[in-house]
Design a protein around this ligand. Structure first.
Ligand code: AMP
Ligand code: GLY
Length: 434
């Protein structure tokens, strides 16, 4: 099977490794790819924001499947352009990708379909926003979200009225261009955050979904959830204290209304939905939709999934998914990010990486190769991923592997999964304070 994979980061490397492990031979082409992806197949230079350019390449090279990693090409309409050629695409139509591409659209969808979520106001007017902040009665922090895509930086939790005003003014003045000219204000939700991925195949009368194990990301740069936010410093899954009735509850209150909502609204969905969930005192609430796999959640999920990935993604892309339980390893998986010096403010590039022979999976997120030597080339540089019978054993396996990979200035969190492990060991459930 010839597969065109769009993207270049750790998520795509993890997908590529799993695709190459499929039963049938996979000819992989990555765009724009990376030096690590180039070791698994061909690499082509395509502009991910140019649907016509990608469609032109597909018309000439006829891949059997296109898999879209990041959200930007989906929002730009790449899936529509390639599907129009009769080529199966794992990735949502642009109309559906608005669930991630517009926070206001997503909130309206959640409200229309009675999906539990934070109370919100969508504002485009300066005076209306200032009045809202001055009369704010939902408690602090005030959550401000730029409507459009802002490379993960468009959400601010303002602790004071003046911070909220300053953020709002910066947004409306175009801090993220057109993306922040509309602002969604939200009441703060308190609880435990988790990442829920669902494969969805919805088109007209056909609606099927398949749940992946719930994961937890660690967004802050430092241990103990301190310091600035990052793209994610590590993840693990499944959560040891999440019972099957908790998962069922998320299906009933969040996933199924979403699938029905897509159907009712005539939205075509053929890909993954990644629900950002906050489990609050009153149960699970939806923070956001992502229309792509999470990074580093994908690195965890690919360790757990015991299915032929190429066939599974093709099933979704061809609209043949049947709702079912996916085959999974009875393990807990963990992915730990090794980040560059200066991340997340910057990323020191070009630093030689010592890469020994760790007994875990090494995933490349931001590296390049020069004269046979791997160099740092991004904020999140490498991930170490593995699975073991339980979370403690998975954490221990990563600890043993860590001395095998390092470079000067490398940043790593050694507490990935630790809080959840303690929560579980104390006999607490998802309903207990986090
Ligand atoms: P989002 O991109 O909407 O997921 O927002 C980024 C992060 O901001 C989330 O992962 C949460 O940690 C946090 N966040 C978003 N919305 C809220 C909210 N209503 N209450 C508390 N935290 C939030
Ligand atoms: N790990 C969070 C994300 O991919 O958005």
């Amino acid at each position: 099977m010839k597969i065109l994979l769009l993207g270049s980061g750790g998520r795509e490397h993890a997908l590529a490794l799993k695709l190459k492990a499929s039963a049938g031979p996979v000819e992989l082409v990555s765009a724009p790819g990376s030096d690590a992806l180039a070791e698994l197949g061909e690499r082509v230079w395509l502009d991910l924001e140019n649907p016509a350019g990608i469609a032109a390449w597909c018309r000439e090279h006829r891949p059997d499947l296109m898999v879209v990693g990041p959200e930007v090409p989906l929002v730009a309409g790449v899936a529509d352009a390639v599907r129009a050629l009769g080529i199966p695409v794992f990735g949502h139509a642009a109309a559906t990708a608005r669930l991630e591409g517009s926070k206001a659209f997503a909130k309206a969808f959640m409200q229309r379909h009675a999906i539990p979520c934070a109370a919100s106001h969508t504002i485009t007017d300066l005076a209306a926003g200032e009045a809202l902040i001055k009369g704010w009665h939902h408690g602090y922090p005030i959550v401000l979200k730029a409507d459009g895509l802002a490379a993960g930086k468009g959400v601010v939790l303002a602790q004071t009225q003046s911070e909220a005003l300053a953020t709002f003014h910066a947004f409306l003045a175009g801090q993220f261009g057109e993306a922040s000219k509309m602002v969604v204000f939200e009441a703060p939700l308190v609880g435990m955050e988790l990442s829920l991925h669902v494969l969805v195949d919805v088109d007209g009368d056909h609606a099927a979904y398949a749940l992946l194990p719930a994961c937890q990301d660690h967004k802050r740069i430092f241990e103990g959830d301190q310091g600035p936010n990052t793209g994610g410093m590590g993840a693990f899954g499944p959560l040891p204290f999440l019972r099957s009735e908790d998962i069922e509850r998320m299906c009933t209150t969040l996933v199924e209304p979403t699938v029905r909502g897509l159907q009712q609204d005539g939205l075509v969905a053929r890909g993954v939905l990644f629900l950002g969930v906050m489990w609050t005192a009153s149960g699970p609430e939806l923070l956001e939709y992502n229309v792509r796999f999470g990074d580093p959640e994908t690195q965890v999920l690919m360790q757990l999934l015991d299915e032929d990935l190429a066939s599974l993604l093709l099933e979704v892309a061809e609209g043949r998914l049947v709702s079912r339980e996916l085959r999974l390893k009875p393990h807990t998986a963990i992915a730990v990010v090794l980040a560059a010096e200066d991340y997340p403010e910057g990323a020191k590039k070009g630093v030689p990486i010592f890469l020994g022979a760790p007994a875990v999976t090494v995933i490349h997120a931001g590296t390049r190769k020069q004269d046979g030597q791997w160099l740092t080339n991004g904020g999140r540089v490498l991930n170490l991923a593995t699975s073991a019978p339980d979370l403690a054993a998975a954490r221990a396996a990563i600890e043993s592997a860590l001395p095998q990979v390092h470079w000067p200035g490398m940043q790593v969190r050694r507490d990935i999964g630790l809080k959840a492990l303690r929560h579980a060991e104390a006999g607490r459930t998802v309903q207990d304070p986090w």
